[in-house]
Design a protein around this ligand. Structure first.
Ligand code: NAD
Length: 335
């Protein structure tokens, strides 16, 4: 089986490509390297350029007429950046996404797996678990772009021009356990990234907000090892036609979560257990816009894909630390 992965030089796309290679699926990567890394495409079929580039997408399909389907990971993903430059996010993610779907339809590529996000759910702290039917209220232009593209994909699929499965990821962390790829950014902004940074610089990690309606008052997330996320894509590729048959529709939406909430304070404890050292941390009030967070209450991925995360948060922390130590060997010291 051969698969086109857009954004395959990024964190998640490159991990999916590695997982594909491990089971004999051939990835073909299309990435404009806006945030992705050329090093992550080594020894893989790679087309450098934009998903909106009609000529390039046509070339990919004429070079690889046996492409079975597409995993569309390409996207800008930084929430604060999307707040200050929303037009860029709507252009890069939505406008270019729509052009890309036209290119897929023209090349008669029918199967689309879309990287969506649990960030599209309403996060008012009233319900800490969500499933596929939970209300949506994207809280940032970034999240809006995901919700908008999901809607476009659903409409295009209903019209029979595509067939699609949108996978709404919760919080991917970790790295390829074989450390071929990992987070390319030097200083990730999520809690685990900040903990690793504090651990290495001997500075204080701040738990922002301790009055959320969670068991210990700190924010809650649903961490999923990125390798498990990659495995879910392989399951979704293999079961693609049967998922849509079960759904009796041309499109489907499936949450990828562990079903277990991990609070920030839980994560501090896990981090300390993995490193064997205390992590200096302080509790501060929540900042404007901070949300309690949520975790998956869905078992649809288990039912339709036969997928459940196999790796623990501990394992993800361990792999993140191992990647952090190896990152410079592959990507150099900067960026
Ligand atoms: N990382 C997360 O926490 C998370 C959570 C939920 C969903 N997602 C989704 O997963 C997908 C992958 O995220 P990631 O964390 O790997 O991000 P990433 O920034 O590492 O990867 C995105 C890749 O897309 C490429 N790209 C961006 N715009 C492009 C374009 N117009 N044409 C071609 N390539 C383009 C970038 O160069 C990069 O390699 C995204 O769609 C994101 O919305 C990520």
């Amino acid at each position: 089986m051969k698969i086109l992965i857009t954004g395959g030089a990024g964190f998640i796309g490159s991990t999916i490509a590695s997982a594909c290679l491990d089971v004999g699926i051939t990835p073909v990567i299309l990435d404009n390297l806006s945030t992705g890394r050329r090093e992550f495409t080594k020894d893989r079929a790679f087309y450098e350029g934009d998903v909106a580039d009609a000529g390039l997408v046509d070339k990919v399909f004429s070079d690889h007429p046996d492409i079975y389907g597409v995993i569309h990971c390409a996207s800008l993903i930084v929430v604060p950046e999307s707040m200050t430059d929303p037009l860029r996010y709507y252009r890069e993610n939505v406008a270019k996404g729509i052009l890309f779907f036209e290119h897929l339809a023209r090349n008669d590529c029918q199967r689309l797996l879309f990287s969506s996000s649990a960030a599209i759910f309403q996060a008012d702290g009233e319900r800490l678990t969500v499933d596929e039917d939970s209300p949506l209220a994207p809280g940032s232009p970034y999240a809006q772009t995901k919700a908008m593209l999901e809607k476009v994909i659903a409409d295009v699929s209903a019209a029979g021009q595509l067939r699609s499965v949108s996978l709404r990821y919760f919080n991917p962390i970790g790295a390829d356990p074989r450390l071929r790829t990992g987070l390319q950014v030097l200083k990730p902004t999520h809690a685990l990234g900040a903990m690793i940074e504090c651990h290495h610089s001997n500075s204080t990690f701040t738990v922002t907000g301790t009055d959320f309606p969670t068991k210990d008052g700190s924010g809650i997330r649903d961490y999923v090892h990125v390798w498990d996320i990659a495995q879910a894509h392989i399951a979704a590729l293999r079961q693609f036609d049967s998922v849509l048959e079960t759904e009796a529709a041309n499109s489907s939406v499936i949450i990828l979560g562990s079903g277990k909430g991990t609070t920030v304070k839980d994560l501090v404890r896990i981090f300390e257990k993995v490193t064997g050292q205390p992590l200096t941390h302080a509790e501060v009030p929540r900042r404007p816009g901070d949300q309690a967070g949520a975790y998956s209450g869905s078992n649809k991925a288990a039912k339709l894909l036969g997928w459940r995360p196999m790796l623990t948060v501990e394992q993800a922390v361990q792999d993140s630390l191992a990647w952090h130590a190896k990152r410079a060997d592959i990507l150099g010291q900067v960026a």
